[in-house]
Design a protein around this ligand. Structure first.
Ligand code: GLC
Ligand code: MG
Length: 579
C-alpha cells in the first residue's frame, strides 16, 4: 500500500516536472524517412551489359530494409539518347531499353510498397532530348509543336548573317544558342545542345508536362524530384545581355561569369510548380497519401524557401555542399555554421533537410577522406530534418579516377584536358560496390560503363555487413533505427559544445530520453565538458564511429575525449537516475 502510494507520488511529480507530455506531431512519410538516391546506371546491372537497370534495383530492395531507408529517389530511367545520361529525355512516359520497360517500373513500385518503401522519380521539366518527337516536329513547324521550344531568328550581323540574340552562358559552360539549319532559327539550351529548353510561356507545354506527372502518379509513384527548377523559364525579351558577375577567377566561358537575371529563378516558375502540385494533390485526395515534391535548387536559403509557398515540400538544402560547403579544413564551428544556415532561415512550420552528396557533386569522402565517412553519416542521420543519402555513402564509397580520354560526362569534356577534373561527374558515379567478387558484384560485363573503384575488395557492402568490427554500413543501419526515436524524429535540437574541433548538439523531446551527439571534425584530439547543456553528468553510449571498445559503457560528460573523425551518440543519464 505504502509502495503504491509512493509510486503514484513519483508519477505525479514527474508529470508535473515535464509539464504536459507533448503529443507526437502529425508527421508525413517524407519527414520520417531517409531519402536514398539511386543513380540507376550505377546501382546494379541484371543483364550483363555493364549498365545498371530496373531489374537490378528490384533484386536489391532488401538493401534498403537492412539500411532502414523508407524512400528511394531514382535518377532518370526514361527513353534517352544519353547525351546527359538520362537527363535528355526522348519519351517521358516510357523506359529506356537499357533500364528495362514499364512492367519493370510497375514491379519495382509494387515490391517497394510491399516493403513500405516509397518511390520518388526524377521529373525533368526544363528540357527534352533533341530527339524527342516534340522537338523533331518543332523543327518542322508542325502544330501544335511549333512554339514548344525557345526559338529565335537572333540578330542580323553587318554581313547579313544571323547571330545569336544575347551573351547568355550554359550551365556546363559555353554557348546556349544553337543554329538549326532546317528551321533556320536558333534554339536555346541551358545544358548541352542536345537538350533544347522547353518554352513554358506556351500553355500547351505546361499541359503536356502536367500530363507527364499525372501518368507517373497513376503508375503509383509517391513523389517527384524536380530537376533544374531554376532554369525553367527565361525572360520574354531575349534580346538582353546578362551582366557580368565579377566573381574572381572565373573565365568568360564559365556559367558563373554572368549574373543570371534573365534566365534563373524567374517568378513565373511558381505558377508551373502550383500546376504540378495540383495534379499531384488530385491523386492524394483519392487515397489520402501525400505526394511528395522536392526541387533541385542551388541558391540562398531565402530563395529556396520561397518555393515552399507554391507547393514544394522540400527545396534541397545543399549548404553542406556549396557555395561554402564542407571543405577539407572545415572544423566543428564551421560545420555548425553550415547546419545553422538551414535552421536559422527556415520559415515557421517548415521542415529542414540536409544533403551531403549527389550525382553532380564531389563525394564527401573526396573532400574528407574515407575515414571520415562514419562521422559524416552520424551528422546527416542525427540532425533534425530529412536526410538524403547518395548511393554508396552508406559504405563510405570513394571516387574513382577517370582519365580525360575515358571521360564520359559532357560537363567534364566541355572544360578540356586542363580543367575537366574540376567539373567531371564521372568520378562520383562509379558502380556501387556490392561484394569482393567479379566487378564487385555490380555486373558480369568485363567493362562496366564506368570502372569499379579498385578498393572494392575491402570496401563493399557484403564485407561491411559481415564485419566483426563496426563498419560504416552497420553504423548507418543503427543510426537509421535510432532516427525513429521521437527525440531524433521530431525532438528539438540545440547546440552544445562547439569549437574548432567539436560540433555537438542535444536532441530531446518531452517525456523521452535526452541524447547528446558529439563529433570531432577537427584536426586534433579534443577534451570537453558538456555538462552545462545537458540534464546529467553521465551518458550511455548508444552509437559511436568506431574505436570505442566498450559498448554500453558510461561516459563522464564533463570530460569526453574525441579524436579527429570520432563521434558519439550518448543517452544522457539524468541526475535522478544516478541516485
Ligand atoms: C540537373 C541534374 C544534372 C543534369 C542537369 C540537366 O542539375 O541533376 O545531372 O545534368 O540537371 O538536366
Ligand atoms: Mg543492364
Amino acid at each position: 500500500m505504502r509502495a503504491l502510494g509512493n509510486s503514484v507520488v513519483t508519477l505525479c511529480l514527474s508529470l508535473l516536472s515535464f509539464g504536459h507530455i507533448q503529443a507526437k506531431p502529425d508527421l508525413k512519410w517524407w519527414q520520417t524517412t531517409i531519402v536514398y538516391q539511386i543513380y540507376p546506371r550505377s546501382f546494379k546491372d541484371s543483364d550483363g551489359d555493364g549498365v545498371g537497370d530496373l531489374k537490378g534495383i528490384i533484386s536489391k530492395l532488401d538493401h534498403f530494409v537492412y539500411l532502414g531507408v523508407q524512400a528511394i529517389w531514382l535518377s532518370p530511367f526514361y527513353k534517352s539518347p544519353n547525351k546527359d545520361f538520362g537527363y535528355d529525355i526522348s519519351n517521358h512516359t516510357d523506359v529506356d531499353p537499357l533500364f528495362g520497360d514499364l512492367d519493370d517500373v510497375t514491379e519495382l513500385i509494387e515490391e517497394c510498397h510491399k516493403r513500405d518503401i516509397k518511390v520518388i522519380i526524377d521529373f525533368v521539366p526544363n528540357h527534352t532530348s533533341d530527339l524527342h518527337p516534340w522537338f523533331q516536329a518543332s523543327i518542322k513547324k508542325q502544330e501544335p509543336y511549333t512554339d514548344f521550344y525557345v526559338w529565335t531568328d537572333g540578330k542580323t550581323g553587318p554581313d547579313g548573317a544571323r547571330t545569336k540574340p544575347n551573351n547568355w552562358l550554359g550551365v556546363f559552360g559555353g554557348e546556349v544558342w544553337k543554329w538549326n539549319d532546317e528551321r533556320k532559327q536558333f534554339y536555346y539550351h541551358a545544358f548541352v545542345e542536345e537538350q533544347p529548353d522547353l518554352n513554358y510561356r506556351n500553355p500547351k507545354v505546361v499541359d503536356e508536362m502536367n500530363k507527364v506527372i499525372d501518368f507517373w502518379m497513376k503508375m503509383g509513384v509517391d513523389g517527384i524530384r524536380v530537376d533544374a527548377i531554376t532554369n525553367l523559364i527565361e525572360t520574354e525579351d531575349i534580346f538582353q545581355d546578362e551582366p557580368r558577375s565579377y566573381k574572381p577567377g572565373v573565365p568568360p566561358f564559365q556559367y558563373e561569369y554572368l549574373d543570371h537575371i534573365y534566365t534563373s529563378n524567374l517568378p513565373e516558375i511558381r505558377g508551373a510548380i502550383r500546376g504540378w502540385r495540383n495534379v499531384m494533390d488530385k491523386h492524394s485526395q483519392k487515397d489520402g497519401l501525400e505526394r511528395f515534391m522536392v526541387v533541385e535548387f542551388y541558391d540562398t536559403p531565402e530563395k529556396r524557401n520561397a518555393y515552399l509557398d507554391y507547393g514544394v515540400h522540400l527545396p534541397f538544402n545543399f549548404d553542406l555542399i556549396e557555395p561554402i560547403g564542407i571543405r577539407p579544413e572545415s572544423g566543428g564551428r564551421q560545420i555548425r555554421d553550415l547546419v545553422d544556415i538551414e535552421y536559422a532561415n527556415l520559415p515557421q512550420n517548415s521542415w529542414p533537410n540536409f544533403v551531403m552528396g549527389n550525382h553532380d557533386r564531389k563525394r564527401i569522402t573526396k573532400k574528407r577522406g574515407a575515414r571520415a565517412a562514419n562521422a559524416f553519416n552520424m551528422l546527416l542521420l542525427t540532425l533534425k530534418g530529412t536526410p538524403t543519402t547518395y548511393y554508396g555513402e552508406e559504405i563510405g564509397m570513394e571516387e574513382i579516377h577517370v582519365s580525360f580520354e575515358d571521360t564520359q560526362d559532357p560537363w567534364g569534356l566541355n572544360y578540356g584536358k586542363e580543367r575537366y577534373e574540376e567539373f567531371s561527374r564521372d568520378p562520383c558515379r562509379s558502380p556501387l560496390q556490392w561484394n569482393d567478387g567479379y566487378q564487385s558484384g555490380f555486373t558480369t560485363a568485363n567493362k562496366p560503363w564506368l570502372p569499379v573503384h579498385p578498393n572494392y575488395k575491402t570496401l563493399n557492402i557484403q564485407t561491411q555487413m559481415a564485419s566483426n568490427d563496426l563498419s560504416p554500413i552497420q553504423l548507418y543501419s543503427q543510426l537509421a533505427r535510432l532516427r525513429q526515436e521521437p527525440s531524433f524524429q521530431y525532438g528539438d535540437l540545440f547546440y552544445s559544445v562547439v569549437n574548432d574541433n567539436i560540433f555537438s548538439y542535444v536532441r530531446q523531446t518531452e517525456g523521452q530520453p535526452q541524447y547528446l551527439v558529439t563529433i570531432n571534425f577537427g584536426k586534433s584530439k579534443s577534451i570537453d565538458d558538456y555538462t552545462s547543456s545537458v540534464n546529467g553528468r553521465e551518458g550511455k553510449v548508444i552509437a559511436h564511429t568506431g574505436n570505442f571498445n566498450e559498448q554500453n559503457m558510461k561516459i563522464d560528460l564533463s570530460k569526453i575525449v574525441l579524436k579527429p573523425d570520432q563521434g558519439l551518440v550518448l543517452e544522457v543519464l539524468s541526475n535522478k537516475d544516478e541516485l
